[in-house]
Write a protein that binds this ligand. Sequence first.
Ligand code: ATP
Length: 231
Amino acid sequence: MISLENVTFGYDGRAPLLQDLTVTLGERRIGVIGSNGSGKSTFARLLNGLLTPTAGRVTVDGLDTRTHGRDVRRRVGFVFQNPDSQIVFPIVEEDLAFGLKPLKLAPAEQEARITEVLARYDLQAYRQHPSHALSGGQKQLLALSGVLVMRPEYLILDEPTTLLDLRNRTRVARAIRDLPQTVIAVTHDLDLLHDFDRVLVFDGGQLILDAAPPEALAHYRALMTGEGGTA
Ligand SMILES: Nc1ncnc2c1ncn2[C@@H]1O[C@H](COP(=O)(O)OP(=O)(O)OP(=O)(O)O)[C@@H](O)[C@H]1O
């Protein structure tokens, strides 16, 4: 369970973006939507301690992100919006192996995990390939694979499908559906959210609605298009 208690957060020298936010995230599939600049990525980064609150606290299974940052980041995997911020090694398999290092797995287990995740996203042929020479979508899949291979208990995805074609978008949607972990996905891809358990809608740094997908998506569509009523 991830809990935010009276969380306020502002970037250095700026007025608070999020103010006095209290919310508990326990469902398996939680979507986060809202206009550009509404605070979604900031919210996501608070969930694994990449950012810490200016006031209030965020806990993951009772661990405070401020005081237990390392433990929290081990439990909560984060896939960045821009895969280039995540891919650090020049060769695909090295990049996957790097994330596994701290887990100190037996070599056979490490090998099995890497092979499985590459197969899942059709990247087997790119195992020895330079990471920087992958296409944008393949990089997004590699960034996701690099986190999945560590099997964190929670997974935060910031715009996981922006660069993907329909086949890969479907793959990622299926992966999200089938993963046993809690997944919190920030997205503008509303189709992804239809079978989610819960959707949070942000606007101007405020959590304006916390509801099941039909209600949240209809509200968001009306907000964005200026049309009242349902979607
Ligand atoms: N590192 C930063 N330093 C200062 N301000 C920032 C920083 N990152 C984001 N902001 C500001 O905080 C606000 C919210 O940004 P955030 O990235 O959380 O929005 P978002 O809802 O994820 O947007 P998008 O849909 O465009 O990705 C914006 O006004 C943005 O300019």
